[in-house]
Design a protein around this ligand. Structure first.
Ligand code: ADP
Ligand code: MG
Length: 397
């Protein structure tokens, strides 16, 4: 990549500030998916092996009240991190002040400390999320070098990434950030062809930018899921009570025109009268909806079509499930994509979307993909061709 990485610098004896993305899902104070912690281990281990003194930090959730603070402490995360690193992690329940400063001064090489949720600084004035200059300067003053490994927040200019980088001499990418940029960047800058994109999910409005950008790069775009109905309606078909964005119909029309056949819509759907897993359903072609039916998944013909269209793809980027995969009856299309891509051994397969990633992981295909991005919003913006402030702020090679 064009930016410096941890392997380009000397960290021996230095205090290294590492922004990680430990914004993990929690339920009743327990971590329900530790993927983001696991993904940060290579960077942290590397720095510790190289005799750095490591100070790591992250945000967790959104913080608007004292109650949010109580629910979103990073203490449990630091305990999981300690287990995974197999070494103690000192947790400092502060985001600034003497206790934190002294703990950092007392760090020895090969030791690691983690401080409290960076968004605790948001509670009276959004200092973290609005990149308050004083906060970035302060955090930068706590170390010698900055490492950004938080891809999940790279699309935001916050004090804990851009703020620190603007106030410290050397800022580099961690291994996870590097991997994300290598895979996603490789796919959109210089893809092995044919390059097929699969775009699903709930809303067209979330994905317009991606469709637009990928239309200029991909050889084919398979559009499925909740956003496909807006495209069907744009062509004048009855879509019953399916999800639709009426204010995006004109846009869908012009995208279809621009695409000149590159956009491929499902051939058939699973239709039902109720948004639930219990109601009966039928499979019907895209032009056979009755006014009281909604489509919640793609049908068998579409799955066959996906097999065929994906069979010689060399690069596939997938963003957004093609059905309501949370309901077992409507998970088939999404599972089929996991299976097709999972078995495409010589194809570069990349998932860049929060829900598609969790679908693939939950269905047992985590190891089958070339790369599953840790950043939903960030990967979306990257695929849109946008600049990621958390990456641009790093030192050039
Ligand atoms: P990602 O996080 O992978 O980018 P999105 O957030 O855009 O994906 O969309 C995920 C959601 O889309 C899921 O909750 C899924 O239930 C919903 N979805 C997919 N297909 C349909 C459909 N046909 N009708 C309604 N919702 C759908
Ligand atoms: Mg999502």
């Amino acid at each position: 990549m064009a930016k410096k990485t941890i392997e380009d610098i000397q960290v021996n004896g230095k205090t290294v500030l590492v922004r990680v993305d430990f914004n993990v899902p929690m339920e009743d104070g327990r971590i329900t998916d530790d993927n983001r912690i696991r993904q940060a281990i290579p960077t942290l281990k590397y720095l510790l092996d190289q005799n750095a003194k490591v100070v790591c930090f992250s945000h967790l959730g959104r913080i608007k009240s004292e109650d949010d603070k109580a629910k979103n402490s990073l203490r449990v995360v630091s305990e999981t991190l300690s287990e995974q690193l197999n070494q103690p992690v000192t947790f400092i329940p502060e985001t600034r002040g003497e206790t934190l400063e002294n703990a950092i001064k007392a760090l020895k090489t090969k030791e690691i400390l983690m401080f409290e949720n960076t968004r605790f600084e948001d509670i009276d004035g959004k200092r973290e999320s609005k990149n308050d200059p004083e906060l970035g300067r302060y955090w930068a003053s706590l170390g010698d070098v900055f490492v950004n490994d938080a891809f999940g927040t790279a699309h935001r200019a916050h004090a804990s990434n851009v703020g620190i980088a603007s106030n410290i001499e050397v800022s580099v990418a961690g291994k996870l950030l590097e991997k994300e940029i290598d895979f996603l960047g490789g796919a959109i800058e210089n893809p092995k062809r044919p390059f097929v994109a699969i775009l699903g999910g709930a809303k067209v409005s979330d994905k317009i930018g991606v469709i637009r950008n990928l239309l200029t790069i991909a050889d084919m775009i398979l559009v499925g899921g909740g956003m496909s109905y807006t495209f069907l309606k744009a062509q004048g078909f009855e879509i019953g009570t399916s999800l639709v964005e009426n204010d995006k119909i004109e846009l869908a029309k012009s995208l279809l025109d621009e695409a000149q056949g590159k956009i491929v819509l499902p051939k058939d759907y699973k239709l039902t009268k109720e948004f639930s897993n219990e109601a009966p359903y039928r499979i019907a072609r895209y032009d056979q909806f009755t006014p009281d039916e909604m489509g919640l998944d793609v049908g068998t013909e579409t799955i066959e079509m996906y097999k065929e269209l994906l069979s010689n793809a060399q690069t596939v980027v997938w963003n957004g499930p093609v059905g309501v995969f949370e309901f077992s009856n409507y998970a088939e299309g999404t599972k089929a994509i996991c299976e097709i891509l999972g078995n495409a051994k010589d194809t570069i397969t990349i998932i860049g979307g929060g829900d598609s990633a969790s679908a693939a992981i939950n269905f047992g295909y985590e190891q089958a993909f070339t790369h599953i991005s840790t950043g939903g919003g960030a990967s979306l913006e990257y695929l849109e061709g946008k600049d990621l402030p958390g990456v641009s702020c790093l030192s050039d090679r």
